[in-house]
Design a protein around this ligand. Structure first.
Ligand code: MIC
Ligand code: SF4
Length: 756
């Protein structure tokens, strides 16, 4: 059904020749990442060795996956490209637009009613253009992809930053903005700067309370949220092969949290077991025939420092369970004593109000079974759960099987809520409060990947900590952030002191996976007759109008906002309640940068309007500049645009008339998204020049008419007292990307090419 064995065999059939040639050309043994990259060159066999971190290279991905919140904008753009069918196998997954409130049955029904317009749109566009459609409730995109589509040695892109999850099955899977996906859907190459390579050697073995999640929480501590930028992280070593395939998925998934382009593991027996248990014995058989091409050359893992740009070694036998947070996924703390000290010192609430298990990071059968083993102990030992617990299974297949095997019932007996197979609280689709802005300070623990402020429940005072599913379960039951399940006792309902034993679980369901209706709808062979309707009065969907080029003269521009500190895509284009407008550019633009902190007053959504001298909300002030035809710039700090792949974070400022975003450094996907939409994404040549920008400045770009690859641009900042500063700006635009800028957007250029 859903996957294409012939396509996979085609990838394997050409692998030997292409990889052998690449090895010659590069002149040394190859890592797995390089093998996959060189086997997916758009131009066929390698003729030159690419310089890591420098050369832009055209690739031909095997597949595309989109989720409902980003697919709307991606497909609205694809509809303009003038094609009748997607050129590469593509799927759409409805998982973000489903709120968690009362439990799966009620919540799914509600989502199907409030978002029917969007779901119908996605279903009909999918049907028309040959795209596979996964209905609401079918599961979270990355779990469904791992179960159905991912294959060792493949390359895919997806309009979601956690597309990288498929690295757990040995892919190079990369998150992109919708406009990138549209290129590939339209039959064009996909361009990426040839990544640097980070090798992570895992020695020892996971045991006891330590889970794959702790490996990536540790890597996040070591590399921080930007340490993986521009790099593929390749895991290897005995600790890697000893781990389950879905566990590898967890590790790759959170590669997004360290800014990595993607992460991957070499093909091994855990992957083979996973393929066979998910009904893909033919993929496993095909992969077995090209095994040595699905992992690095032996020399590489023998002396990794020779072949990777950076090598990290982690001894899994010494690793203990971690809690990362609050507010950033790279702040690691050991469970127990260390957490007690830090929480007390920083005034983090010790009482835990919720534990949440799920998200694309940790919602596999193994995850649920290990967490359930803790829940079962609570039932057996008479421990009452002190906080609340919510579970989002990763897919209908996981849910159905977990129910058949009695796993879900264990959680239910403990009064946990089973939510829909969907993102739910992970993306703010959680009806926790009626008025989140004024909600109290509290702590929650979850097995998700992101914990930026307000992300789960909209409450800026919620301190969210990321942990493995088993630790999440134990802490939720104990109700304390500083609980150490390895040493601490709990008091049972009949007053006895009891302790948890180590979690146990099943890598794969002993009786195999099972599902009745997996929620997949195949497209029609010929969808040309399918009508796609977008009502002109809809508040959720709006057909796109092409952007006008910004042009080579930017004079007398104003500062919209100088963002202070962390400015993630959640700050630029918030999710949660705003997800409903993801298909309506004008409406969603009303959330533009409302979460960014204004460097001049430390407030959010409160910026000075230079025309009136008054302060107002960012979108309002920007709309006033736009009405007067005044261009603006946005200034930001490091790793600007970290987090999501959502291109709305670029399209909204573009639509509202921002000409340039100038920052100390960018997160990769966001930088590309800005380029695709025909805007300027620039960095300070001298980081300290960030401090030169003042609130009342007027800006002139002095040499934009000479915009060229590798050439700095000069910005003149004219201060209120008439004094001036000249600021040098770097950029990474190559010539085709400058062509996008000149055309107004990459899509404008595709349209022009298809018309001619
Ligand atoms: C996320 O985890 O932030 C999301 C929601 O999945 C995003 C995509 C989106 O904003 O729709 C992502 O990670 O790319
Ligand atoms: Fe969904 Fe959360 Fe995964 Fe994003 S990170 S795809 S919101 S489950």
């Amino acid at each position: 059904m859903a996957f294409d064995i012939d396509m996979i065999k085609g990838v394997y059939a050409r692998m030997k020749e292409r990889v052998d040639i690449a090895r010659e050309v590069v002149g040394k043994p190859l890592t797995l990442s390089e093998k996959i990259l060189y086997n997916h060159l758009w131009d066929g066999n390698a003729t030159t060795a690419f310089e890591r971190g420098k050369d832009y290279v055209d690739f031909a991905p095997d597949r595309i996956a989109c989720q409902d919140a980003t697919a709307q904008m991606a497909l609205l753009q694809f509809m303009q490209a003038g094609k009748s069918k997607v050129a590469v196998p593509t799927t759409v997954h409805c998982d973000h637009l489903i709120q968690a409130k009362d439990g799966a049955a009620v919540d799914l029904k509600h989502a199907n009613s409030v978002s029917s317009e969007v779901f119908n749109f996605l279903e009909s566009v999918s049907n028309k253009y040959g795209i596979g459609f996964w209905k609401p409730g079918a599961g979270i995109i990355h779990q469904v992809v791992l179960e159905n589509y991912a294959f060792p040695g493949g390359m895919m892109i997806g309009t979601d930053s956690h597309t990288v999850n498929a690295g757990g099955l040995g892919m190079v899977a990369i998150g992109v903005g919708g406009a990138d996906a549209v290129d590939v859907m339209a039959g064009m190459a996909w361009e990426l700067k040839f990544p640097k390579l980070i090798g992570v050697k895992l020695t020892g073995k996971l045991s006891g309370w330590t889970a794959p999640k702790d490996v990536i929480l540790k890597v996040a501590e070591i590399l921080t949220v930007k340490g993986g930028t521009g790099a593929i992280v390749e895991y290897f070593g005995p600790g890697a092969t000893a781990m389950s395939c879905t566990g590898k998925g967890t590790i790759c998934n959170m590669g997004a949290e360290i800014g990595a382009t993607t992460s991957t593991f070499g093909y091994d027996e855990s992957m083979e077991r996973y393929l066979r248990s998910t009904d893909r014995a033919d993929v496993a058989d095909a992969a077995n025939k090209v095994k040595e091409y699905l992992t690095a050359d032996p020399e590489v893992y023998a002396s990794p420092e020779k072949y990777f740009d950076q090598v990290i070694e982690i001894n899994l036998s010494e690793l203990g369970p971690l809690l990362n947070g609050p507010f950033t996924p790279d702040l690691s703390t050991n469970v127990g004593k260390e957490m007690k000290e830090k929480a007390t010192a920083n005034d983090w609430p010790i009482a835990v109000e919720w534990g949440l298990i799920g998200s694309c990071t940790n919602s596999s059968y193994e995850d649920l079974s290990r967490a359930a083993s803790i829940a079962q102990q609570a039932l057996d030992k008479g421990i009452k759960m002190k906080s609340e617990l919510g579970i989002n299974p990763g897919s209908e297949q996981v849910r159905y099987t977990a129910e058949r095997d009695g796993i879900l019932q264990v959680f239910e007996k403990l009064h946990a809520k089973i939510f829909t197979n969907a993102c739910g609280p992970c993306i703010g689709q959680w009806a926790r409060y009626s008025d989140p802005k004024n909600a109290p300070k509290n702590s929650i623990v979850h097995s998700f990947n992101r914990n930026f402020a307000k992300r789960a429940d909209g409450n800026p005072n919620t301190h969210a900590f990321v942990a493995s599913p088993e630790i999440t379960a134990a802490i939720a039951i104990a109700g304390r952030l500083d609980f150490n399940p390895m040493t601490d006792k709990l008091i049972s309902e009949n007053g006895e002191e009891v302790m948890f034993e180590e979690p146990t679980g099943w890598e794969l369901p002993p009786k195999g996976f099972e599902v009745k209706d997996n929620g997949y709808l195949a497209p029609e062979e010929d969808g040309s007759h399918v009508q796609v309707n977008v009502s002109p009065t809809s508040e959720r969907l709006q057909l796109l109008e092409p952007f006008e080029p910004i042009g080579n003269t930017i004079k007398d521009a104003k500062l919209l906002i100088k963002a202070f500190g962390k400015c993630t895509t959640d700050h630029i284009s918030m999710a949660g309640p705003w997800l409903r407008f993801r298909g309506h550019l004008d409406n969603i633009s009303n959330n533009c940068l409302i979460g960014a902190v204004n460097a001049y007053n430390q407030k959010t959504n409160f910026v000075k309007n230079q025309l009136t001298g008054e302060y107002g909300g960012v979108p309002d002030v920007q709309r006033q500049y736009k009405a007067k035809g005044i261009k603006t710039i946005v200034v930001g700090d490091h790793n600007y645009g970290e987090g999501s792949s959502r291109e709305h974070a670029a399209m909204e400022p573009r639509f509202l008339g921002v000409a340039a975003v100038i920052v100390k450094s960018f997160a990769r996907i966001h930088e590309t998204n800005l380029k695709k939409q025909g805007m300027l994404g620039l960095t300070f040549a001298n980081e300290a020049d960030y401090d030169l920008i003042q609130e009342d400045d007027t800006f002139n770009f002095l040499d934009l008419n000479e915009f060229a690859p590798g050439k700095q641009l000069t910005l003149e900042a004219v201060h209120a007292d008439g004094s001036k500063d000249l600021i040098k700006l770097n950029h990474t635009y190559n010539q085709p990307q400058i062509d996008w800028y000149n055309a107004g957007s990459a899509l404008n250029l595709i349209k022009r090419q298809n018309a001619s």
